[in-house]
Write a protein that binds this ligand. Structure first.
Ligand code: SF4
Length: 426
């Protein structure tokens, strides 16, 4: 098997990190419900929050109007917030009504919000109580999607971490793949690993609770998303071992991720090459077409989705871009180290945010493309800076070989559009 090349000028793992703790411009963790409710087909997400939380969910997930939704909001009224009503009793009534009406629900997540945290509703206690009432048909768990001190992908992390303690124990040698992927992408991943002869694969989250997943000291796990720090810690507490690898974005990242798993399971170099050769070639071809316009261009990442480091690695190494600054809300060495190793030295690596200072740096650098949250995109565009919305990267299938060209395309489209506008204006 080939070993991925480390950059000739050294990677970024040891680079000085600019740590910022100031005003942040990010969505809250409730956003994760939008993709989690599609993935977990027998789950319901009940946000215990205010009308603001309900509006956020409804506008972000407006496309769901044709289906019976698998999320909702138990609205905290002013009387709850003033401590005049017993929020626990109301919650119990709300849950009973919901579960009576929806026998298809097998997992119920009580999702905390800013208001429920401010008035300190103990959702862990509520989940325990409701689990006893509604077991064995329904499992009730809780996590926080609050916007205080969090970023939007932490919602998925908190949700998956809440599931780890209730996973059954196992002593079996199993591979646990962690992170919510669109079904079509998940199927591709399972097919590649299956073709290498790797068996006993479990998924977190699974599509349905019946496909129960277990964990123990013989479990090895690989993350498919770079924002699962809490889940990583929770799995290690259960004795599972993490297979560290770059994340499966682009041809190179996908190959390195698969190779790390293949090495763990003793897959021969010959089998590995046989399984990956054709999709690798397809991915390389698709990337090179989509990335033509990106070569030699500069990119600046605001901290938002926590995908920034692996994407900077992909864009610099496989699309010929130069990273000016790579900001990430959090940097975990165990998760991001392998991607930092491969990211060529040069960009400012930043953790956390002080948005005004970062805007000043972006405006001074005038990058060809800036990846940022929705709130920053318009002001930056108004100043002539081309932007890409970070949230789109989480909603679009971008992992593994067959999506590698689409991933490059997400970045090349705004650059191409800018070029066309400039041509028209000239
Ligand atoms: Fe707003 Fe907090 Fe509700 Fe998120 S959880 S919508 S930040 S009030």
């Amino acid at each position: 098997m080939n070993v991925p090349l480390t950059p000739t000028n050294g990677g970024c793992r040891g680079a000085p990190v600019l740590k910022e703790r100031g005003q942040r411009e990010v969505f809250c963790g409730l956003t994760g419900i939008i993709w989690l409710h599609r993935k977990m087909q027998d789950a319901f997400f009940l946000v215990v929050g205010s009308r603001t939380c309900a509006h956020l969910l409804q506008s972000a997930a407006g496309v769901m109007i044709f289906a019976e939704p698998r999320f909702g909001t138990a609205i905290l009224e002013e009387s709850d917030l003033a401590g005049m009503a017993d929020a626990h009793e109301e919650l119990d009534r709300e849950v009973a009504r919901l579960l009576e009406r929806r026998p298809d629900i097998r997992q119920l997540f009580l999702v905390g919000s800013c208001p429920s945290e401010v008035i300190k509703i103990d959702l862990a206690r509520a989940a325990e109580r409701l689990s006893k009432v509604h077991a064995p048909h329904v499992r009730v768990l809780n996590y926080s999607g609050s916007g205080i001190e969090t970023t939007f992908t932490e919602g998925e992390d908190a949700c998956l971490a809440s599931m780890v303690p209730v996973l059954k124990d196992t002593t079996a040698r199993e591979l646990l793949l962690v992170g919510a992927l669109p079904d079509v992408v998940e199927d591709q991943m399972l097919s590649l690993l299956g073709d290498m002869g790797i068996e006993n694969i479990r998924l977190l989250p699974a599509r349905r609770i019946d496909e129960t997943t277990a964990v123990g000291s013989n479990t090895v796990f690989a993350l498919t998303q770079p924002f699962l720090g809490e889940t990583h810690a929770a799995l290690e507490r259960r004795g599972a071992r993490h297979i560290a690898a770059p994340f499966p974005f682009g041809e190179e990242g996908t190959t390195a991720w698969l190779r790390a798993i293949a090495s763990e399971f003793g897959v021969s170099a010959e089998t590995f090459d046989k399984v990956t050769a054709a999709p690798r070639a397809r991915a390389r071809k698709a990337i090179s077409q989509a990335a033509e316009v990106l070569r030699g261009k500069s990119i600046f990442f605001f901290p938002d989705s926590q995908l920034e480091i692996p994407l900077a690695r992909f864009l610099t190494r496989e699309c010929g871009m130069t990273a000016v600054e790579v900001g990430s809300p959090y940097i975990h060495d165990a998760l991001h180290g392998p991607d930092l190793d491969l990211l060529p030295a040069g960009p400012q690596i930043a953790e956390g945010q002080d948005v005004e200072k970062q805007l000043d740096r972006a405006l001074a650098a005038r990058p060809d493309l800036t990846v940022c949250g929705l709130g920053l995109a318009n002001p930056l565009e108004a100043k002539g800076i081309t932007t890409k919305w970070a949230i789109e990267l989480v909603f679009t299938p971008v992992h593994f070989y067959e999506q590698a060209g689409d991933l490059a395309g997400l970045f090349s489209r705004p650059v191409r559009r800018k070029q066309l506008l400039q041509l028209e204006a000239a």
